[in-house]
Design a protein. Structure first.
Length: 337
């Protein structure tokens, strides 16, 4: 059923084609596999296996898939959020699962996974999933206060035997007007994964699934000058076995959200390097748009001289809210979903 090619959905069906930004999806789905190989023959081989929902929570869904014939260079997951806005999540070509955060409880979502070779969508599978109902016990509920310090010592005893793994203190290592970098240690044992939970500026609960090997995370898309309370859970299997929390306030909105963007663009290049002249050997070159869809843009740039520790992409979303996307220093391109 996963290859069902055109969406047997009720509501989303009409809207879907623009979302997935191709003029006519129909031929592209089943047909391209049989029609275009002629022109791209050696490439096309890759095939997506069934898309499955491996777990859901009130605000996230975990999906997995197989690639019986491959490989794909990357994947793109597309769906509409609870407000009906199209969302696109680019996924590394080696991944066979993804956690989709920031969903709304008790809501039916229709997920479309595309396998890409280069920038071309070669195969597509779809699935529906309904998120869980809001669990009263889930994190961000009425009185955050007691939850703040205590849980570390309160909860573990009840599951003491399997626990072993312990989370060390959660610290803030960087703050901008719209992102926060957090880090932690695991002094004892090991967790299968971590989950960071917090409420966004609208009071909506958000959850970020984090790989077991990670000891830090940057939370993007926050609002300036706002207090956030972050809760980091260590999971063993699907069970939350330990938890640490921290409060932090994002910076004033000086940086990007200036009424006039112009001065901000040119000046800093000449103003800032002076104080850091010594390290300022690194140079950024032209920023280009390498591809664009109705709901994402791919940008690329070069670094002709030196090297940067990291990059930060800033822009305003359609609501005029400033957004910041932290990027690894080795990257030369980013997809903005």
């Amino acid at each position: 059923h996963s290859h069902t090619h055109h969406y047997p959905l009720s509501t989303a069906a009409a809207a879907e084609p623009e979302e997935l930004s191709l003029p006519s999806e129909k031929p592209q789905h089943e047909k391209h596999q049989t029609e275009s190989p002629a022109s791209v023959a050696p490439l096309v081989q890759a095939v997506l296996g069934e898309l499955k929902v491996s777990s859901v929570s009130p605000d996230s869904a975990q999906l997995q898939w197989s690639v019986p014939k491959g490989p794909f260079d990357s994947f793109m997951l597309q769906y509409r959020d609870a407000q009906g806005q199209p969302q696109a999540l680019p996924i590394d070509g080696r991944s066979h699962s993804v956690t989709v955060p920031g969903l709304s409880p008790s809501h039916r979502y229709h997920f479309h996974l595309y396998g890409l070779q280069g920038r071309r969508k070669i195969d597509h599978v779809s699935i529906e999933a309904v998120t869980g109902t809001e669990e009263p016990a889930e994190l961000p509920l009425p009185s955050e206060e007691q939850k703040h310090e205590k849980p570390q010592y309160e909860t573990p005893p009840s599951d003491a035997h399997p626990v072993r793994a312990v989370l060390g203190e959660l610290k803030v290592y960087s703050v901008t007007p719209n992102s926060v970098g957090l880090q932690w240690s695991v002094p004892e044992g090991s967790f299968d994964s971590f989950m960071l939970q917090y409420r966004d500026a609208q009071g909506q609960p958000q959850a970020l699934a984090i790989d077991s090997g990670s000891r830090s995370v940057t939370v993007p898309g926050l609002s300036p000058s706002r207090r956030y309370r972050f809760h980091l859970y260590g999971l063993q299997g699907r069970k939350k076995t330990d938890r640490v929390s921290i409060d932090t306030i994002t910076e004033e909105p000086e940086e990007l959200p200036l009424p006039t963007e112009e001065p901000q663009h040119k000046k800093p290049q000449t103003e800032a390097p002076a104080p850091e002249a010594t390290s300022a050997t690194a140079v950024l070159e032209e920023l280009r748009v390498s591809s664009i869809t109705s709901n994402s843009a791919q940008l690329q740039w070069t670094v002709p001289r030196g090297s940067f520790d990291s990059f930060m992409l800033q822009y305003r979303d359609a609501q005029g809210q400033p957004q910041a996307l932290p990027i690894d220093g080795g990257s030369r391109s980013v997809t903005v979903p």
